[in-house]
Design a protein around this ligand. Structure first.
Ligand code: PGA
Length: 252
């Protein structure tokens, strides 16, 4: 059985008191609930340590939103995998479409970041997905295949089993538009097939593949019920406990 995961990507939102308030809200919400999925959050880097302090028991997985391709040294402004690990992160997003779009992150850079993460014992959550133009040109299958093959090519099957993937069609992120459950399932199955070809079927069937892009309380259950969808990477709706908790409850 693959892990079911609901992960909140806070992006560049909230100041420290606001972040602490949301951490407390999540803690209170989970206090007497046994969620039917793992709950992960990806707060901005300055709030990783506060997040670890609130969830010292490990009941919530804590992700960085990005890490450097470098291990350490003269790279002003960069944050290494070892640093976020020492702050309590259990994993990191890699290759989110906003990093690709606004910061020129390539599949090759993602490959290096995944290596850095694995070497530090972090779970990489590798994000892939096509743009609107690519979907209109009917290139979405080819685009996610290339993104997957390029960034994961150096991994052993054992290393691949430590990954999580997130399929996020760029046209659905923050737009209110979601892929239909059928569209999402179709491409998740294609990603899993790509993984099976690269590694083996057992490895492919053990890797959780999350869907992201305008997941809301209203659509979460239907999306998560697809056979190759193992949860969600949630942006906007992860910033308020009312919405985030309802999405988690899609697994009850
Ligand atoms: P969204 O963002 O839920 O606000 O569309 C998802 C993401 O970018 O991870």
């Amino acid at each position: 059985m693959r892990n079911k995961i609901v992960a909140g990507n806070w992006k560049m939102n909230k100041n420290l008191p606001e972040a602490e308030a949301l951490l407390t809200d999540i803690r209170h919400y989970l206090h007497d609930k046994k969620p039917g999925c793992q709950v992960w959050i990806a707060p901005p880097a300055p709030y990783l340590f506060p997040a670890k302090s609130v969830f010292a028991d490990g009941e919530v997985g804590i992700l960085a939103q990005d890490i450097s391709i470098h291990t350490s040294g003269a790279y002003t402004g960069e944050i290494s995998a070892a640093m976020v690990s020492s702050l309590g992160a259990t994993g990191t997003l890699v290759g989110h479409s906003e990093r690709r779009q606004y910061f020129g992150e390539t599949d090759e850079a993602c490959e290096k970041k995944i290596r850095q993460a694995l070497d530090q014992g972090l779970t990489p959550v590798y994000c892939i997905g096509e743009t609107l133009e690519e979907r209109k040109a009917n290139r979405h299958f080819e685009v996610v295949k290339t993104q997957t093959e390029t960034a994961l090519k150096g991994l052993t099957a054992e290393e691949a089993q430590r990954l999580v993937l997130a399929y996020e069609p760029v046209w659905a992120i923050g737009t209110g538009e979601t892929a239909s459950p059928e569209q999402a399932q179709e491409i998740h199955a294609h990603i899993r097939k790509t993984l099976a070809t690269m590694f083996d079927r057992e490895t492919a069937s053990s890797i959780s593949i999350l869907y992201g892009g305008s997941v809301k309380p209203e659509n979460a259950k239907e999306i998560f019920s697809q056979p190759d969808i193992d949860g969600g990477l949630i942006g906007g709706a992860a910033l308020k406990i009312e919405d985030f908790s309802k999405i988690i409850e899609a697994y009850n």
